[in-house]
Design a protein around this ligand. Structure first.
Ligand code: ZN
Length: 228
């Protein structure tokens, strides 16, 4: 059975704890919009403590494994709740994929439209699952205890919500168009076979607006045959 948006969001909920509130809002939009595009994602990392960051830094250096970060504790935006990592959630709802292909790039495109910076754009160390939203501050400034300015946050929020408004408008337009198409597809004028059998589509003025669904014309024909 296909995963619902609620199920997908629930799987990432714990990783959203501790994120900067605006970052958290952007991340929720990212999960929702990716899902709407048919790409469910899992947030695999959110806030990382300094100790966790140090342990991760040791990996591939003085501990076994592959090098996965260039940052020691306090030098990653993860340590300040303004970075996330993601993976593609598989249909079983349990396993994930790290394959950087078409689906991956859909998520990247959505993330950028929300104002995220993508680690895949970095020159020295490409970090494909990584997104961050630093609100104009460096890790050094975060380390020193600086907080994002109100203006930087307002700007970020307007980017996040601007896309929402566009989405709502586009959705409203699409819904209207689908409605029109459905209405047009459902009700059709008398088919040729009907006219051939009964002489006309309006039965000589008996029907004022001769437009029915295909099923409607068949039902009408059956009724007329019985009453003949
Ligand atoms: Zn990361």
């Amino acid at each position: 059975m296909a995963l619902t948006l609620d199920q997908v969001k629930a799987k990432s909920a714990s990783k959203l704890t501790g994120l900067h509130p605006v970052m958290r809002q952007a991340t929720e939009r990212l999960i929702e919009r990716s899902f709407a595009r048919g790409v469910p994602i899992l947030i695999t990392q959110g806030l990382r403590t300094i100790a966790e960051q140090d342990a991760l830094y040791a990996q591939g250096r003085n501990k076994p494994g592959q090098i996965v970060t260039k940052a020691k504790g306090g030098y990653s935006n993860h340590n300040f709740g303004v970075a996330i990592d993601f993976a593609l959630l598989q249909p079983d709802g349990k396993s994930v994929s790290w394959t950087v292909g078409k689906e991956w790039m859909v998520v990247v495109e959505i993330a950028k439209s929300l104002g995220f910076e993508w680690g895949g754009d970095w020159r020295s160390f490409k970090d494909m699952p990584h997104f961050e939203m630093c609100f104009g501050l460096t890790t050094a400034q975060y380390r020193a205890g600086r907080k994002p300015s109100g203006i930087a946050l307002a700007k970020a929020i307007s980017v996040i919500n601007k896309e929402d408004d566009v989405m709502k408008e586009e959705l409203a337009k699409l819904t209207k168009r689908v409605g029109e198409l459905e209405a047009a597809a459902k009700r059709i004028p008398a088919p040729k076979w009907f006219v051939a059998e009964f002489g006309s589509g309006d039965l000589g003025g008996v029907i004022s607006e001769p437009a029915f669904t295909v099923e409607g014309w068949r039902t009408l024909a059956v009724g007329l045959r019985v009453s003949k």
